[in-house]
Design a protein around this ligand. Structure first.
Ligand SMILES: NC(=O)c1ccc[n+]([C@@H]2O[C@H](COP(=O)([O-])OP(=O)(O)OC[C@H]3O[C@@H](n4cnc5c(N)ncnc54)[C@H](OP(=O)(O)O)[C@@H]3O)[C@@H](O)[C@H]2O)c1
Length: 313
């Protein structure tokens, strides 16, 4: 039997909104969309209760099927789940926000969303094409809407009780500060890439000062090179503590006050990623002080174009 303490049950209170976010989350961005339902079912079975979705992932229906299946057994109640989904870049115009939100709820088969995020601060040409490009292959942005105009439309969804909190993703610290200064309802959550090679300490400090949950995507480095899970500091700690490098990376996130989203289609990895427990302070300090590699794997923050989503099916 795997030893674990209370770390994996950590829940961060939603300061600007209602509820609590389980720190341990499961993401639903899959290369092979046909694996969505079974992976989400495996995650529910392993104990995950926090799920991260997006209209851009084009599989909200398959996530909804898995969620409904477990809700219908009565083993899990809707209130125990924390469901996030995201507004895509082509829907930033205020009049497009509510219809996009309603469509996500319909596909996910839920009547409220725990946290609705603006997927990126970049507005794309409105329309049905999620990846609008000109004849040279350049993204067509939309200069007809500002982030605060989009945000006001999200605030209305909170006012109407249709989502319990709102937040931002793929945003820089500078842009976050600007939005926080003018938002009526402050962001509850900021979702960005973060792992031992991209700790984002400054952003974390700002978030903690302002009651914002920092939610890390790619907490294992998305399996890319240089591989966080092969980092000598991580493997050394893992060996010493009898854990896997993935468990060390995920425990480090929660222990420093960061929620995470990990993704896997492998039932054993899914279970492993849920079975985390606290690290000794020495290990926390080693990860902070002895790892000097710095790398961002996903350049979405620069363009709004997601680095991990293949462009064409
Ligand atoms: N806001 C955004 O722009 C944005 C961008 C990217 C991602 N996200 C969200 O964040 C979620 C997580 O991101 P991510 O997929 O990059 O996370 P990740 O967990 O860092 O990377 C997933 C990769 O790691 C492997 N893996 C998972 N557990 C493992 C383990 N215990 N040991 C070894 N390898 C393991 C998986 O392969 P196997 O399947 O073989 O296990 C997969 O290739 C996404 O699903 C999505 O919801 C958001």
């Amino acid at each position: 039997m795997t030893y674990h303490d209370a770390l994996r049950d950590t829940r961060f209170p939603i300061v600007h909104g209602t509820g609590e976010m389980p720190a341990v989350g499961f993401g639903t961005l899959f290369r092979d969309l046909s694996l969505t339902t079974q992976a989400v079912k495996a995650a529910l079975e392993a104990g995950f209760r926090h799920f991260d979705c997006a209209e851009r992932y084009r599989n909200e229906e398959s996530v909804g099927i898995a969620l409904q299946a477990v809700l219908q057994t009565g083993e899990v109640r809707r209130e125990e789940l924390f469901i996030t989904t995201k507004l895509w870049n082509t829907n930033h115009r205020p009049e497009r926000v509510e219809p996009a939100f309603a469509a996500s709820c319909r596909r996910l088969q839920v009547d409220y969303i725990d946290c609705y995020l603006v997927h990126t601060p970049f507005a794309f040409q409105p329309g049905d094409d999620q990846d609008p490009r000109d004849f040279q292959g350049h993204v067509i942005y939309d200069s007809g809407v500002t982030l605060i105009e989009t945000w006001r439309a999200l605030e209305r969804l909170v006012d109407e009780g249709r989502c319990r909190s709102i937040g931002l993703s793929d945003i820089s610290l500078e842009a976050l500060k600007e939005l926080v200064a003018v938002a009526r309802i402050k962001p509850a959550v900021v979702q960005v890439e973060s792992h031992p090679y991209l700790p984002e300490w400054e952003l974390l400090e700002f978030c903690q000062e302002h009651g914002i949950i920092l939610l890390a995507f790619a907490p294992l480095g998305h399996g890319m090179e240089p591989n966080v899970l092969e980092e000598p500091v991580m493997t050394g700690i893992a060996r010493r503590l009898g854990k896997t490098p993935a468990q060390v990376a995920l425990a480090w996130a929660v222990q420093r006050g960061v929620a995470f989203l990990t993704t896997s289609v492998s039932p054993s990895h899914i279970q492993e990623n849920f079975d985390i427990s606290s690290l000794p302070q020495r290990a926390m300090a080693e990860i902070r002080d002895d790892i000097t590699t710095r790398i961002r794997f996903n350049s979405v923050v620069e363009t709004g174009v997601p680095g991990f989503i293949p462009r064409k099916k």
